[in-house]
Ligand binder design. Structure first.
Ligand SMILES: [Zn+2]
Length: 60
């Protein structure tokens, strides 16, 4: 049976456990229309990014 040569360091063990606990990208909210958006993405609801209109979005 294969046996680890060295004890896993605390940092390595904690990095592994943190990766296993990863719960996905944190949602943020658009400052313009307060729809949930991924960080560093243009808001798909209103087309705003960094306080500016960067995408033309069809309005109903
Ligand atoms: Zn928006």
């Amino acid at each position: 049976m294969a046996v680890p040569k060295r004890k896993t360091s605390r940092a390595q063990r904690r990095q592994r456990k943190a990766a296993n606990r990863y719960e996905g990208v944190q949602a943020t909210y658009c400052p313009n229309c307060s729809a949930p958006v991924e960080p560093h993405r243009v808001c798909t609801a209103c087309g705003f990014y960094d306080g500016k209109q960067v995408l033309a979005v069809e309005s109903k």
